[in-house]
Design a protein around this ligand. Structure first.
Ligand code: PLP
Length: 472
């Protein structure tokens, strides 16, 4: 069942060791314990095609994570490379400060306005999702300033959310490990609980729990004071937190509460945008109409960095209409090469009908095939939403997910499982003991079958390994 039996040649081995040595000597990786990585040696990817990657040892891997939730159109798209190359030759850079701009930035802004729900007519460009969310923080505070309510400063986010790694992005994120480093969160950002049914929904139906989790927002707004709260921000489906799929009742109730108290609703669409849930934006899947939407990742399928914020008429009318300068921006806001790559990426999504395909065909197929893993002795709480899916590794199973017995987190069973996956050519991410995938949207039925078979094989290996260690 191993996808690629090739073993590295001596030359490949040497090349790999040399790169690993330089890597350990000079390259500080993001979100990495550098000391333990240096001891192990990193895996160096060299090539991608479709849903597959190859490393320096010639080993093929099935990329169940689309890079980092971003390579929506798959690897090896020459069209995007050509579009970027052509733009680099024509005009590699010009900024959008000081009354000038460039054509691809204008064209992309106009294109996004046609793709997004009708209330969105304007876009602010950044280079990443983190910068997008920093922009959100400044923009919502400016909005309330201009409306003569400068005390509306607070943004409410959620525990176990991920909104990026800049000072504001990491503050909006609800990750204790991030807040523990560098004096975060910054002032004016508070968190409520997450709509995680497995974690907190015991004894309720999913729909009851969705309403209850949304009510935490109302409680927090009233506790802080309505005149202090600027906005609520959330990912339609939490990604990095472990593919937390809220009950259907959650988002409409969140929106109702935001409207009731006039609090701006911000959807962080960095993962859910550009087709991940079978719609251009995840908000559409959940039937909500936010005031701002952050995007990044899938807008270029990760081929070059680009992010931004879609701004609804409600906010742009004030920002633009009340006049004055918004004192915020990045050198590379609206970078012509990134925008040209995004336009071509969007052309591919449209021409190949990839988003409809996920909604009506491959998404339902993934759901059905992934659900078949539920009979595995280790698998509990098996869930899919569009092209994201997750399952929890359980020590002891029960019919009701709440009655399953999880492993002791200290055993890091998720990481053990992830090693078996990687070792067998399957890239699946572990968030604690929840194993997740977010494949490229180009994945076919046959490739879904291949992925699910590979996951099952690796779950078997994990089970055997855990038994050997006496953990089962
Ligand atoms: C990845 C991510 C971000 C941060 O984007 P970067 O481009 O890494 O700065 C923000 N929000 C969500 C939901 C993300 O998944």
């Amino acid at each position: 069942m191993v996808t690629d039996p090739s073993t590295a040649s001596p030359a490949q081995e040497l090349y790999t060791r040399a790169l690993q040595k330089l890597d350990a000597a000079h390259y500080l990786h993001p979100f990495t314990d550098s000391k333990s990585l240096a001891a192990k040696g990193t895996r160096v990817m060299v090539r991608g095609e479709g849903i597959y990657l190859w490393d320096t040892e010639g080993k093929r891997l099935l990329d169940g994570m689309a890079g980092l939730w971003c390579v929506n159109v798959g690897y090896g798209r020459k069209r995007i490379a050509d579009a970027a190359y052509a733009q680099m030759q024509e005009l590699p850079f010009y900024n959008s400060f000081f009354q000038a701009t460039n054509a691809p930035a204008i064209q992309l802004a106009a294109k996004l306005a046609t793709l997004a729900p009708p209330q969105f007519q304007h876009v602010f460009f950044t280079n990443s999702g983190s910068e997008g969310n920093d922009t959100v923080v400044r923009m919502v505070r400016r909005y309330w300033d201009l409306l003569g309510q400068p005390d509306r400063q607070i943004l409410i986010s959620r525990r176990n959310a991920y909104h990026g790694s800049t000072m504001a992005g990491a503050s909006l994120s609800g990750m204790p490990a991030m807040h523990a480093q560098g004096g975060l969160p910054i002032p004016g950002i508070v968190h409520i609980g997450q709509p995680n049914y497995l974690e907190s929904g015991q004894g309720r139906s999913p729909q009851e729990f969705g309403m209850e989790a949304a009510s935490w927002l109302e409680q927090k707004i009233l506790e802080l004071g309505v005149d202090k709260v600027a906005a609520f921000i959330g990912e339609p489906v939490q990604g990095a937190g472990g593919v937390v799929i809220p009950p259907a009742s959650y988002w409409p109730e969140i929106q109702r509460i935001c409207r009731k108290y006039d609090v701006l609703l911000v959807a962080d669409e960095v993962i859910c945008g550009f087709g991940r849930l079978g719609y251009w934006f995840g908000s559409e899947y959940f039937g909500i109409t936010p005031d701002l939407m952050t995007f990044a990742k899938g807008v270029t399928s990760g081929y070059v960095p680009l992010g931004g914020v879609l701004v609804s008429q409600r906010v742009s009318d004030v920002l633009i209409g009340q006049g004055g300068e918004f004192a915020h921006g990045f050198t590379y806001s609206g970078h012509p090469v990134a925008c040209a790559a995004a336009l071509e990426n969007i052309n591919i999504l449209e021409e190949e009908g990839l988003i409809d395909q996920v909604r009506t065909d491959t998404g339902p197929y993934l759901q059905q095939r992934f659900a078949s893993l539920a009979d595995h002795p280790l698998a509990g709480n098996v869930e899919t939403c569009g092209f994201v899916a997750g399952l929890n590794l359980m020590q002891e199973k029960a019919a009701d997910a709440h009655a399953c017995r999880p492993f002791d987190p200290a055993l890091q069973v998720g990481m053990i499982c992830r090693s078996h996956m990687f070792g067998n050519g399957m890239i699946m991410r572990a968030v604690g003991d929840r194993m997740i995938v977010a494949p490229p949207l180009v994945m076919t039925h046959a490739q879904i079958d291949e992925m699910v078979a590979l996951i099952r094989f690796c779950l078997d290996e994990t089970q055997a390994d855990l038994s050997k260690r006496g953990l089962l």
